[in-house]
Design a binder for this molecule. Structure first.
Ligand SMILES: Nc1ncnc2c1ncn2[C@@H]1O[C@H](COP(=O)(O)OP(=O)(O)O)[C@@H](O)[C@H]1O
Ligand SMILES: [Mg+2]
Length: 581
């Protein structure tokens, strides 16, 4: 073979005599066997994205073709793992190769020696197609892992091997002799097939009040979190990872600093599954491509993560994939593109930036599983976006905005005031909120939509009045208007604001959101009525009742109902006594 490197430019390389190669082919470069992927072919010249540091790689060095597409390995052993952007296990690398990934390191992605107790579901003579369930193994204490027939394979089951098996041993064999394993491969850039896309009519409950109440994300929806430095993107992504109702979590740390990734890992390791007390890592997969790791692998990391997420979706789970930060991914794309000397688009990003982002978010969805139409699963994708200087008009935020159905815009001003999550209720939106309103009515409460509309109206009124107050001064406002401003403050402080560290407040289940909001709105209505009848606002806001109302969200769940009941009685007595004056 005379395939040779002709040029090296950062994370990109070119090789000649590559006319018979194909897009996405895995190649090994140089004596060290650096891993790369063919991303362009022109005549007999191939451009290769190199997933490792290319220092020392020279024109003339050999190129070895694999004939295979760049893919991830899917099978038991994924959960609890930490991989780099091209699915090399970081724990294994850390123990065997030192803390840094040695270049050209050849390490299996999934453990070849671990044994899994295979419990078959198929029977001899059964006809199977891609996606059919062969059986399952218990991957962790929390999660059963369905072993599925790879897509594109079909036939009659001739042999089944129950019991302890490794992923290198077949668990079944088809009549034509095709062995079926617990592992399969999938090209990361190709969405896994689905049976059918299903409308998403329910939310992914996150336990964050401002999200679930005002800007809920659909189960299977796509959401973005744009925000300037320090506005709380990472904390919000971590909080959703820890407390949302998704069964499987894929966390993609993409181009952020290593210490942040270590912190995320620490947080996930510390926490246990609320229902069982088992470590959360038993249903989590981490993809870590920190800022000091090769940019080409960072570009691949979001696809690696989302492909693994789709695989668990195909088992019928509700999966959430969180990417922090998609802007760092876009920067990697920009760097590779510029090294390839492509014509740049806006702010140097390639012209296909929006297309790529769209293709990524489109992999979210609620679906009937391919090959098992009676089963459904979902993949919700949430991407943090870090616009330079917090300016949302830049290309990555704008392109993401068009793709996402839910937008949680973080506001530096709110973060500065320590109002977290710093989700700006004026700019944020959820396009699927309406489609989910029936679910909320049926599962949270008849009154819920009305309560939410009331809450939005209070915030809206506060905003209008604040503008007026700026002009005329709050002192010259009428009592009812000042009462409306106070109502806005109570909603913000007592409801929207939520601590990521307070043991109770950190996660607020929907039934509790209903009770809390009902109590708060009840108080506000009573306040408004009392002021309307001539009570002095001053007498109300100086009452310790307001403070207790604002702290309701921190009360332990045991005894919450009786606390709410006594609080309501007290404020009724209080407002009645005001009227008597
Ligand atoms: N929900 C929250 N509750 C309390 N503090 C928060 C919350 N969100 C963010 N913070 C504070 O803001 C800091 C910066 O948040 P971070 O998520 O790292 O910002 P970003 O990722 O946007 O740069 C955190 O270290 C924390 O002190
Ligand atoms: Mg961050």
């Amino acid at each position: 073979m005379s395939q040779r490197i002709t040029r090296v430019a950062g994370p990109a390389a070119q090789a000649c005599d590559m006319a018979s190669s194909f897009m996405g082919e895995v190649v090994k470069l140089g004596a060290m066997g650096l891993i790369g992927e063919v991303i362009r072919i022109e005549g007999d010249i191939a451009t290769i994205q190199v997933y490792e540091d290319t220092t020392g790689l020279m024109p003339g060095d050999p190129v070895e073709r694999s004939g295979e597409e760049f893919s991830v390995e899917l099978g038991p052993g994924l959960l609890g793992s930490i991989f780099d952007g091209v699915q090399r296990p970081l724990q294994a690398l850390a123990s065997g190769w030192g803390n840094f990934i040695s270049r050209g390191a050849q390490i299996p992605r999934l453990d070849r020696s671990a044994k899994w107790e295979f419990q078959p579901k198929v029977t001899l003579g059964q006809m199977v197609n891609g996606g059919a369930e062969l059986g399952h193994v218990r991957e962790t204490e929390l999660i059963n892992h369905k072993i599925m027939v790879p897509h594109g394979v079909s036939g009659e089951v001739a042999k089944v091997f129950a019991g302890a098996r490794t992923i290198a041993q077949p668990v079944a064999e088809l009549a034509d002799g095709t062995p079926l394993y617990m592992r399969q491969k999938w090209n990361i850039r190709k969405p896994r097939p689905v049976g059918k896309r299903l409308p998403s009519t329910r939310p992914l409950v996150t336990g964050q009040r401002v999200i679930d109440s005002l800007f809920p994300i659909a189960l299977g929806g796509a959401g973005i979190i744009p925000g300037g430095f320090g506005s709380g993107k990472t904390v919000l992504e971590q909080t959703i990872a820890k407390h949302s109702e998704a069964r499987i979590i894929v966390y993609i740390g993409c181009g952020e600093r290593g210490n942040e990734m270590a912190d995320t890992l620490e947080q996930l390791r510390e926490l246990s599954d609320p229902a069982t007390g088992r470590p959360l890592m038993e249903r989590t997969i981490l993809i870590a491509n920190t800022s000091n790791m090769p940019v080409a692998a960072r570009e691949a990391s979001i696809y690696t993560g989302v492909t693994i997420a789709e695989y668990y979706r195909d088992m019928g789970y509700d999966v959430v994939a969180l990417a922090d930060s998609s802007s760092r991914w876009a920067e990697a794309l920009r760097e590779i593109s510029s090294r390839m000397e492509e014509i740049p688009g806006e702010e140097g990003y390639p012209t296909y930036l929006a297309g790529r982002l769209g293709a990524f978010y489109e992999r979210a969805g609620k679906v009937a599983v391919a090959g098992r139409p009676e089963e459904s699963g979902s993949l919700t994708i949430i991407g943090a976006v870090s616009p330079p200087g917090g300016d949302f008009s830049e290309p990555v935020t704008q392109a993401s905005l068009r793709m996402a159905s839910t937008f949680w815009g973080l506001d530096s001003q709110l973060a500065y005031q320590r109002h977290f999550p710093a989700i700006n209720w004026r700019t944020s939106f959820s396009l699927t909120h309406r489609a989910m309103s029936r679910w909320f009515t049926e599962n949270v409460g008849e009154k819920w939509p009305e309560m939410i509309a009331k809450t939005q109206a209070i915030l809206q009124r506060e905003e209008e009045l604040e503008e007026i107050a700026q002009i005329v001064g709050a002192d010259s406002m009428e009592e009812r208007e000042r009462s409306a401003l106070e109502a806005g403050r109570i909603i913000r402080e007592g409801y929207l604001r939520q601590s990521a560290v307070h043991p109770v407040d950190v996660c607020c289940p929907l039934p509790r959101q209903l009770k809390t909001l009902e109590t708060i709105l009840g108080f506000i209505a009573a306040m408004d009525a009392a002021v309307g009848r001539g009570a002095l606002l001053e007498d109300i806001i100086t009452s310790p009742l307001v403070e207790r109302l604002l702290r309701l969200k921190e009360a332990p769940p045991e005894g919450l109902d009786s606390l709410i009941e006594s609080l309501r009685e007290e404020y009724k007595t209080f407002f009645d006594s005001l009227e008597e004056k």
